[in-house]
Design a protein around this ligand. Structure first.
Ligand code: PLP
Length: 427
């Protein structure tokens, strides 16, 4: 059979290929549901572009101050339309997801305010933004305090503790949809909606901000459909569709998006400045592709869960459960397992496949991290990638794949590496 032969020529043994085919065949129904969500979201994006009368004039770049950048302003309308919000800030000057979150926080919080995280500890890099770990220029240094309510042991919101933690200084609530580097469940849009409704019932003036990283287009709704005042993410994850070479977005209520813009550029200037220098067409095209790219990544995550679950490893989410982000955590329990997995992902990449990743210190993280990424865009995690902090429980976080076919190849290659290292036996 031809397909098997080309896999074999690329280092996938007959045994690994056959095991993969068996698992894939069992996932037909799940994959059909994912395709249906992609279809819905594809139409949502096209509808937004049509409503905003996107035209080729919008793909031209501006330079200098970037005043009256039609392409930029219209793209922000497209995002606002797709997220069903009043406004959006979508910029190449937002360097990454952490920066987008930092801008949304710092733009909307004032000295004396308190930030309350209600889905437990925020993503690692936010610890220095907030000042949970001491850092120069943190919110804490500006007199903005922080409080945290952990999720319950079954990963549900702890409404009682949320009420007790809210006080007259609580200005903003932080909710993180995805698990980040934690072994917890990812929160569904519906659950996030209930938590927001609860917070608003205690105090309607509190700003509810959702870190939406990795969640975009996984469901048919977004947190902004269920009451989030601000929704924040990175363009080198889902919404950039693999084509945006950099950038981040903040979508939400006009007032809060404007506050973020005054922080990103300058008080008084806000959204009016920011040249796009010819980059904006890739933002449009990436957003257009994002629903199907996300679907491919999601299929890869489900495939990986089913492959490794059956080999006896703890996987989160498990093989059956519904999905709310594209991240798959697999706990190998040993550094060797994490390293072999990442080396397999790297070996399957279109770029830098000859490189062997090793654990190393990373800015913003408190332990060594191993990262596998053979990406067209540096560090892009909507492209097939895996990373894991080198600390117990030795879990690897796998995500991305611009196409399902490539995600599948990467997972088979990881399996091959684990097999060759003697760390697994196939049934
Ligand atoms: C990736 C991520 C971030 C930070 O994004 P960067 O682009 O890496 O700075 C924040 N929160 C969550 C949940 C993430 O997954």
């Amino acid at each position: 059979m031809k397909l098997e032969k080309i896999y074999e020529s690329m280092g996938i043994s007959k045994e690994v290929y056959a095991y993969g085919q068996k698992i894939e065949a069992e996932l037909k129904d799940r994959f059909e549901q994912i395709d249906e969500t992609a279809e819905y979201n594809q139409l949502k994006v096209v509808q937004a572009m049509q409503k905003c009368r996107v035209s080729d004039i919008h793909f031209a770049g501006t330079s200098g101050y970037g005043y009256n950048d039609l392409g930029r302003d219209t793209l922000e309308e497209v995002y606002a339309e797709a997220f069903h919000t009043e406004a959006a800030l979508v910029r190449p000057q937002i360097t990454c997801g952490t920066h987008a979150l930092a801008v949304a926080l710092a733009g909307n919080l004032r000295p004396g305010d308190e930030l309350l995280a209600i889905s437990g500890k925020p993503y690692d890099t936010l610890e220095e933004v907030i000042g949970i770990r001491p850092s120069s220029g943190s919110l804490l240094e500006y007199g903005i305090t922080y409080r945290q309510v952990d999720l319950l042991p079954d990963d549900r919101f702890d409404f009682e503790k949320i009420r007790l933690a809210m006080n007259e200084r609580t200005r903003m609530v932080h909710i993180q949809r995805s698990k980040g580097y934690q072994t917890r469940r990812t929160l569904s849009v519906a659950e996030i909606g209930k938590a927001i409704a609860y917070v608003k019932s205690v105090n309607p003036d509190v700003i509810c901000m959702v870190d939406n990283c990795y969640g975009e287009f996984v469901e048919q709704t977004e947190p902004t459909d269920v009451g989030a005042d601000l929704c924040v993410g990175s363009l080198i994850k889902n919404p950039g569709g693999g084509l945006a070479p950099t950038g981040g977005y903040i979508a939400g209520k006009k007032k809060y998006v404007e506050h973020a813009a005054y922080r990103l550029t300058s008080p008084g200037l806000g959204k009016e400045v920011g040249a796009t220098m010819g980059i904006i067409q890739s933002f449009y095209q990436g957003f257009f592709l994002a629903p199907t790219v996300t679907a491919g990544a999601l299929k890869g995550a489900i495939f990986a869960a089913n492959i490794y679950e059956r080999l006896g490893f703890a996987v989160l989410p498990d093989g059956q459960e519904s999905r709310h982000d594209i991240i798959q955590a697999i706990t190998f329990g040993t550094p060797e397992g994490v390293i072999a997995f990442c080396r397999g992902i790297q070996a399957a990449a279109p770029v830098d496949s000859f490189v062997e990743p090793s654990p190393a210190p990373m800015p913003g993280y408190d332990s060594d991290v191993i990262m596998a990424a053979g990406a067209f865009v540096q560090g892009s995690s909507i492209e097939l990638s895996a990373d894991g902090p080198m600390k117990p429980p030795y879990a690897v976080y796998f995500q991305g794949g611009l196409t399902w076919e490539h995600a599948k190849f990467g997972i088979l290659m990881s399996l091959q590496k684990l097999l060759e290292a003697g760390l697994i036996k196939l049934p």
